[in-house]
Ligand binder design. Structure first.
Ligand code: TNX
Length: 510
């Protein structure tokens, strides 16, 4: 038995023992069910990881865990090593068909004194489970109670499964471009909080950000600018594939968005035949919305769109293609409907499900298409009437580009000021959209006012952590007073990851 478990209360206080009460660890998102047994597993140099070997992906999950534990504790924990006779404690990551909840992302975590067992139906579930384990490992080792350093992990059982299968974030790389490395850093942080979708807003009036081999001027011309006149940028298809691969390694789906028929100035500057607003398109570096449109009547416009959707779909393993469809203020309503109807067919032809901002529900869209609700309740209702699934992204609650308050360094406030509590205290199921229609929650980060990763992090963190809990944890497990303490405890992780989060005065940061 480990000495530290038996040590006196007095001694515990003196050495500031990390808790052995599993229900007291600051986990985000909060798991479905936690049962503490008030002892601990001593993570140390005599620990090894073993995984199912015949089930796809489990060994990689084990290796991912070992890497993250290495950077947190500097321990080198072997994965599936044979004949290691110094091993005293084992972390098992198993494929199992007999866990309490049958679902792709469900997992069960048992922490005992000499073993940790993570059981999941799929490697995806195991991956979510190891994020919980990463959060359970204390930052500081205990150096006084054994000869070796130990990181005590409180014992007990966790049964977990997400409330929503779609837990998303959107990044606007069009208004300002963000490098592949920036996107990877963001993906890493999102994955730690179990977010499983990253929607990339790849085109807008100010920039076109993805290489299309059959239409090279899109990036040569349309990719050359951004808001404020800086130099823009774009992803080559190889860059994009690398983002997709990196996300997939973290069981995260990338959703590409090509916004149309509005928000298309950059495309129309590159190929003026696309333009339908009657003016000569010029590169645009401002922040206005709603002035551009494709010419919805030309066959060549649809040939162009077919090429774009085909090339992007071919390098996108996920099931979705987002066509934007928002704020097409200079497209006639009948033209808009005609356009969305045609584009939906193109998306389907290339094997994807169409997603559009809530306006697309005014067209004759299919029930298999998805509406992303951001503003209009009337459009949300239309989508429900059409049997569509809906992604919940209300601007007043879930827009990461809204200012925290009047002192905010970045952001806009056309929808609302969104302090950290407002971002967290709401219920996706309480907007009158039937639960069966809700696919999940997504928090969009528009980038008119941010141009580098530090500024991105200022707007996204800490609010995105709250959206992770809003989409993963059930309502009964969410509570602001409890959450704000758990959020404060994220500071050491965020600091270690060099995240320039907004230090909200509502939180008593550690
Ligand atoms: C509205 S939300 C937009 C974006 C802007 C954003 C700024 C939506 C579908 N369209 O074009 O970037 O507001 O907050």
């Amino acid at each position: 038995t480990l000495a530290f478990i038996a040590c006196s209360e007095e001694k515990k206080e003196r050495i500031a023992m990390p808790t052995t009460d599993l229900s007291k660890v600051s986990l985000i998102p909060k798991p479905l069910k936690t049962t503490p047994t008030n002892s601990a597993f001593a993570l140390d140099q005599f620990t090894a990881i073993y995984t199912s070997k015949n089930a796809t992906g489990f060994e990689e999950v084990g290796t991912f865990l070992a890497d993250k534990l290495k950077s947190k504790t500097n321990l080198t924990i072997p994965v599936n090593s044979e004949g290691a006779n110094t091993i005293e404690r084992i972390i098992y990551i198993n494929q199992s068909d007999s866990i309490d909840i049958e679902a792709p992302e469900a997992y069960q975590l048992y922490i005992n004194q000499d073993s940790i067992i993570i059981n999941a139906n799929t490697a995806e579930g195991a991956f979510r489970g190891i994020q919980t384990l990463r959060q359970l490992v204390p930052i500081e080792s205990n150096d006084t109670l054994a000869l070796q350093k130990i990181w005590p992990v409180p014992s007990g059982k966790i049964v977990d499964n997400p409330n929503f299968g779609y837990r998303g974030s959107m990044l606007d790389v069009a208004r300002h471009f963000f490098s592949v490395d920036d996107v990877k850093k963001y993906i890493d942080l999102l994955a730690y909080y179990k977010i499983n979708v990253l929607h990339l807003h790849l085109s807008d009036d100010q920039g076109w950000r993805i290489e299309i081999k059959s239409w090279p001027k899109l990036t040569e011309v349309g990719g050359s600018t951004e808001v404020g006149g800086e130099s823009g940028g774009f992803y080559t298809q190889e860059d994009y594939k690398e983002i997709v691969r990196y996300a997939a390694e973290r069981y995260m789906t990338i959703i590409p968005e090509i916004d149309m028929p509005g928000h298309t100035n950059a495309a129309s500057v590159s190929y003026p035949f696309l333009n339908g607003n009657g003016k000569t398109p010029k590169l645009y570096e401002g922040m206005r919305v709603g002035f551009s449109t494709f010419d919805t009547h030309k066959d060549t416009v649809y040939t162009f769109i077919d090429d774009v959707v085909r090339e992007i779909s071919a390098i996108t393993p996920g099931p979705y293609f987002h066509v934007g469809g928002d704020e097409s203020h200079v497209t006639k309503k009948s033209d808009y409907i005609y356009f969305i109807n045609k584009v939906e067919k193109i998306v389907q032809k290339h094997g994807k499900r169409m997603i559009g901002w809530d306006e697309v529900a005014i067209a004759d869209v299919d029930s298999t298409s998805i509406s992303q609700w951001w503003a209009s309740e009337e459009n949300a209702k239309k989508a429900v009437d059409k049997g569509m699934k809906i992604i919940i992204s209300p601007a007043k609650k879930a827009y990461l580009d809204m200012e925290y308050d009047t002192l905010s360094k970045f952001g806009l406030h056309w929808a609302a000021y969104i302090p950290v509590d407002t971002a967290y205290v709401w219920t996706p199921e309480e907007y009158g959209i039937p639960v069966e229609n809700i696919l999940g929650v997504e928090a969009p980060l528009w980038s008119e006012t941010i141009s580098n990763i530090d500024e991105l992090e200022y707007l996204a963190f800490p609010r995105i952590i709250g959206y992770s809990e809003l989409s993963w944890s059930i309502k009964e497990n969410r509570n602001w007073e409890d959450y704000k303490i758990r959020l404060a405890d994220q500071a050491p992780f965020l600091d270690r990851m060099d995240v320039k989060y907004y230090p909200s005065p509502l939180i008593d940061w550690k």
